[in-house]
Structures are given as C-alpha cells and as structure tokens.
Ligand binder design. Sequence first.
Ligand code: HEC
Length: 135
Amino acid sequence: MKKIFLIIIIIISLPALGSEIIDKRKQLFQENKDHMRFIYKAMQSGDMDPIINSAMAIEKFASEMPEYFPKGSESRGASDNIWSDFEGFIKSANANQLAAQQLRLAAQENEIEKLNSLFNELSNTCKSCHRSYKN
Ligand code: HEC
C-alpha cells in the first residue's frame, strides 16, 4: 500500500518537475536577451564592466544549457531536434559559450576595436542554435 502511494506521488510530481525546469530555462533565455541589450548599450558608451559581467552570465548559462534540456522536458519552444541530435545541441551551446568568452576577454583586455565583430559572432551563435533547435 505504501509503495503504491509513493508511486502515485512520484507520478504526480514528475510533470511539475518538468515544467519547473522549462520555466527556469525560459527565464534564463530572457535574461540572455537582456544581457545582449546591456552589452550593446555598453559598447556605445565604451563601458567595459557591464560587457564583462553580461558576457560572463551568457558563458555560464551556455556551459549549463544542455542540463536544462533533460529527456521528457519537451516544450512548445523546444524543437525535437534537441533530443534527436543532442550532440549537435551541445556543440551549439559550446559555440555560444566560446563566443561569449571571446567577447569577455576582449573587454577585459580593453580591445575596443574587436568588440563589434565579436558581438556579432556571439549573436550569430544564438541565432544559429535557434534555427536548428528552437521552434
Ligand atoms: C544551444 C542552443 C541555444 C543557444 C546557444 C541559445 N538559445 Fe535561445 N533558445 C534555445 C531554445 C531551445 C529555446 C526554447 C526553450 C523552450 O521554450 O523551452 C530558446 C529560447 C530563447 C528565448 C525565448 C524564451 C522564452 O521566454 O520562451 C530567447 C529570448 C532566447 N532563446 C534568447 C537567446 C539569446 C539572446 C541567446 C544568445 C546569447 C540564445 N538564446 C542562445 C536554444 C538556444
């Protein structure tokens, strides 16, 4: 009897767990969008600190991104390609992480002339993943 209760509780809480992780990743993606805006603004004013901080936040999420897409966490926005080609998805997240890292390093080294093209490259890694893995 106890076992049955336990199983029922687990079954009831599973979808809740799934939707929690979906909500969390959506929130982090929204924050990514904000960070891109902060970086763009800071580039106009030549203020390196917000660029460094926001690039670092993007890097961090990119390094954890695949963990936010466990099997069974399907959502309207997430393409099935994520799970049919999880390695490609990981590669795409890695490219995002690397591009954010390069932007951060350039800001830390005060290499202002490099920022524009590194920002565009970072933005392209967002779009490229969306093309393949976002509905
Ligand atoms: C490796 C793949 C990948 C990368 C890299 C990536 N995204 Fe996404 N993004 C997704 C997926 C998949 C979704 C859909 C998630 C869902 O709805 O469950 C998404 C959703 C979003 C959303 C919508 C969130 C919502 O509220 O529904 C925004 C905004 C977004 N991404 C911005 C960005 C920005 C900005 C970057 C780059 C800094 C970025 N993403 C990088 C895969 C990626």
